[in-house]
Design a protein around this ligand. Sequence first.
Ligand code: DUC
Ligand code: ZN
Ligand code: ZN
Length: 473
Amino acid sequence: MRFDTIIRGGTVATASDTFACDVGIRAGRIAALGADLGDATEIVDARGLLVLPGGIDSHVHISQPSGPGIVMADDFASATRSAAFGGNTMVLPFAMQQKGESLRQVVKDYHAKADGQCYIDVSFHLIIADVTDGLLGQELPALVNDGYTSFKVFMTYEGLALSDMEMLKVMSVARDTGALVMVHAENYDAIRFLTDRLEQAGHTAPKYHATSRPVAVEREATHRAISLAELIDVPVMIVHVSNREARDEIARARARGLKIYGETCPQYLMLTERDLDGLNMEGAKYVCSPPPRDRDSQTACWEGLQQGIFSLFSSDHCPFRYDDPQGKMVPKGKTSFRWVPNGMPGVETRLPILFSEGVGKGRITLNEFVALTATNHAKTYGLYPKKGTIAVGADADIALWDPKRQVTISQSLMHGGTDYTPFEGVEVTGWPVSTMVRGKFVVRDGELVGALGGGDYVPREKSLLAQPAGGNA
Ligand code: DUC
Ligand code: ZN
Ligand code: ZN
């Protein structure tokens, strides 16, 4: 039996096993695993390399409206190119509704931005900002039916924050439709109160962004989100958890049998609020929400990954240029941290950081790495087993990974639209050398070889976590 491609001589790792094995690919899918697979149009030599399911980054922001005068640094082309160089084969950005907009129209608009502009596969979560009867009764159920099976709600941010009543209504639709709710958990009023007070005291530098959103703000909202989910009996993913107290809220809920899941991100393992205290506006590079915390929070996030309290490790890639008035430089007349756009780039550095700091330093196993960066994302968001694993029948979405390559992370190595990386100077061991989507190389030996438009939009099934029988992500 002839294959299009055989990846020969590598070590395959999945979320459960590691084994020496060749991979036979036909028509974009994995068609055989084993030794002596025979002949192929192309033989790829993977000796010395790990053959991993391509990373799935299920939390990225691309081309999202970000306030007057602010422009996100990545469009779909640059974000998916950057993701591919980082070993990813799929990303899940958000189609974000703003007040007064039809969600269906928003989704159409995002498709128009993404169509023909992706190097790797994409699928959209929804962001719900305007909880109308029409949205709850018609648009949302119809969109879930059409494969938009997860949506994010915010408990903070001007124009986005939902009231508890609105959260309950959205959760109720999620329960009825089998969709998964993602929650950004921070207390809006508390942040506004603290921000006003800091500004009145003249505390306007970027570092006060962290002061304006202390742990209690996140812990309280996490607790409230969990309580609301318990009332509705709906599974919820608490995204970008930054600290021990919020983590423990999730752990306690799970111990009580609730389907409450957690995600953390590289910034919460690698940065602290001291990074926001740079010269001039340097700290603005690290302004994101929730903010990076302290060493104990980093430890708590590692433990969360090790103990399965967090099943997802995502980037929360939300890129703005630093040296740019449309990015992190506060525009004239807007004098405080309040106006610095929240978010940092990270889609290209997520995998090397977790591999090096996690697998390389003995904190997690290689199989846990695969679960946290690919398989669990596919299970959580209705893509498994088509995506997120190396198995016969799965899409041939593969990262060829050099476990020994030593790299110092630097902006000069990045392929996205921003002008900085928050992880500048971090030394990692382990690097993706090639990325293949549905059997075609997008990045090969560090060179972009994929075609713009080679990435497809992928409609999704319902989350395994939202099925009555539960899932195991
Ligand atoms: N916070 C978010 O909620 N989203 C994007 C980036 C950020 O910092
Ligand atoms: Zn968020
Ligand atoms: Zn986000």
